[in-house]
Ligand binder design. Structure first.
Ligand code: SF4
Ligand code: ZN
Length: 542
């Protein structure tokens, strides 16, 4: 049915086909068990703890439509046994099994149109429906959707034209909320294949609004726009890229609708700080250029402001507990010089999140008295870690991976792992699927690093942490990096070379092995010796 309706599937669309017959139901269930083992710190074979995890944290419901065969009944009981209720489109009385499923275990709903709602209710999930007056469907489910070249009506930015998006603060009095101005051609006046320039300029005002919040609101524009079906958005600032599909254009989706979306969503997400939103969207070349040179000044100022933020310069760090929904004992301590390991939350983001929602997942952590500045340990941090890890962890050392490293939930962008024989660390990013010199792939390593445990020598981190001056400072810093995949090297590029120069090892970049030079420790050591890698002459790690 999904195929007939031409609904796109795949991980980025949140619809993952596992197979056509009922036996395939084992795959999603297996996946749920893996979540318990990886994120929940549950041991293999501990059935009671696995059930507790899948019942409390994997909020899935099995749905079976149409006739039911014997083997399907058996499969349904298998799912129920893991805490997953099963819903069918037949008149069935509700059946509860206390201690196994939280709500009903089996239920029937003959009206197919009510099935999705009922399936959510069976797991106690409530959803907020966003109604935004635009002519295309709008939902988080479309966030990862791509608009292919053949399906594109017009596009902006990318390598095709100048395009940028920008949020700036104005006085409350000077703004009219909800005003959306369009300059230049609307989409319906454009020709198929056009690539005009575009500026999305958003003025916001609010009694509690601060310029520090601008980049955070601005970064949301990406997902705001992407939620619209048939609209593709990539990148940020003046590196963005938008595509409007032919289907969306046929439904008369317009540039004005981009404004409608941004206006509605900023009010929804930032009501604590923003009172008025005014948007100007222009595709007039000269205006785009003038506005861009203005925005560019601010982009640069922001970079400088962020670069100037150090761990020493602030009084407090922030907790992030968002991942506790699946890794119950994990806590991120987000610092100016170390962003959350998922790469999505830096110190400023957490600060703003706290100001917007003072009882949310990001709470300030006063650093308190320093205990050990070499390793990066503070009384206040330890206290927060203890209180927020269900009292399972008492110490975090921010600048070392060898003693009391920070924990990892499961959504790390990269994993750092000790390679004792090379006296250094290798780093592997999530996208790299090949073998690494420690004899494990990213996936295998992830299984032993995640789950909120403290594993000296292993740690999950965000990509940008590799550019931080505090990167494993107590263990020797970037000089200890002996291997990383090529793609990660390319991503870090000149910024990493600059860090190498700052650390007095300008040629380090070339001395770090990648998969083209070594995928085993036997290949790695000769490479490091040949290039004279500095890790070999550092004090022994173990
Ligand atoms: Fe928060 Fe990201 Fe850490 Fe999860 S991984 S707790 S979302 S900072
Ligand atoms: Zn996480």
């Amino acid at each position: 049915q999904i195929k007939d309706e031409k609904i796109e599937t795949g991980w980025e669309n949140y619809i993952v086909p596992y197979g056509r017959d009922i036996v395939s139901a084992i795959f999603p269930i297996n996946w749920a068990v893996r979540a318990a083992l990886t994120f929940g710190n549950v041991k293999k074979g501990d059935k009671a703890s696995i059930l507790k995890y899948t019942r409390e944290r994997v909020l899935a419901t099995g749905v079976k439509l149409g006739e039911i065969t014997d083997i399907e009944v058996a499969a349904a009981w298998g799912a129920v046994n893991m805490g997953f209720p099963v819903l069918v489109n037949a008149a069935l009385p509700k059946l509860e099994i206390p201690g196994v499923c939280k709500h009903e275990a089996i239920a029937g709903e003959p009206d197919i149109s009510k099935i999705p709602e009922e399936a959510l209710q069976m797991r106690g999930i409530k959803i907020k429906v966003k109604k935004i007056p635009i002519p295309v469907p709008y939902s988080a489910a479309f966030e990862g959707e791509r608009v292919r070249k053949e399906d594109t009506f017009v596009q902006f930015g990318g390598k095709y034209s100048r395009s940028f998006e920008f949020v700036t603060t104005r006085d409350l009095e000077s703004l009219e909320d909800g005003k959306i101005e369009i300059a230049g051609k609307e989409i319906k006046e454009m020709k198929e294949g056009d690539t005009p320039p575009l500026a999305i300029w958003v003025d916001v005002a609010g009694r509690k609004m601060l310029p520090d919040y601008e980049p955070i609101i601005e970064r949301q524009i990406h997902s705001y726009i992407n939620y619209a079906h048939g609209i593709f958005h990539m990148g940020q600032r003046d590196m963005n890229w938008l595509r409007i599909s032919r289907e969306a254009a046929a439904k008369e989706f317009s540039l004005r609708h981009l404004g409608v979306i941004i206006h509605a969503r900023i009010h929804e997400d930032f009501s604590n700080i923003v009172d008025k939103v005014h948007i100007r969207i222009t595709s007039v070349s000269e205006e785009v250029e003038t506005l861009h040179s203005e925005a560019k000044k601010t982009y640069l100022e922001r970079d400088e402001r962020m670069a100037g933020l150090t761990d020493e310069a602030v009084k407090e760090f922030y907790t992030c507990l968002l991942c506790q929904s699946f890794a119950p004992n994990h806590v991120c301590i987000v610092k100016p010089e170390r962003l959350g390991l998922c790469g999505a939350y830096n110190w400023l983001d957490c600060k703003v999140a706290f100001e917007i929602n003072p009882t949310g997942a990001n709470q300030p952590v006063p650093k308190g008295n320093p205990i050990d500045m070499e390793n990066g340990e503070w009384e206040g941090v330890n206290k927060a870690v203890y209180e927020n890890s269900n009292k399972t962890l008492g110490r975090f050392q921010a600048y070392s991976i060898m003693t009391y490293p920070e924990t990892s939930c499961g959504c790390f962008e990269c994993i750092i792992a000790i390679v004792p024989e090379a006296n250094g660390f290798m780093i592997v990013n999530r996208e790299y699927q090949g073998m690494t010199p420690v004899g494990m792939t990213f996936t295998t390593l992830a299984g032993s690093v995640g789950g909120g445990q403290q594993t000296p020598g292993f740690m999950g981190v965000g990509r940008l942490y590799l550019l931080s001056k505090k990167f494993l400072k107590a263990d020797g810093g970037i000089k200890r990096i002996i291997w990383m995949p090529k793609e990660l090297k390319e991503f870090l590029g000149d910024r990493f070379r600059q860090r190498c120069a700052e650390e007095g090892v300008p040629d380090l970049f070339e001395k770090i092995a990648d998969e083209t030079s070594a995928t085993t420790s036997e290949e790695l050591l000769p490479f490091l010796e040949k290039t004279g890698h500095p890790a070999l002459s550092l004090p022994p790690l173990l």
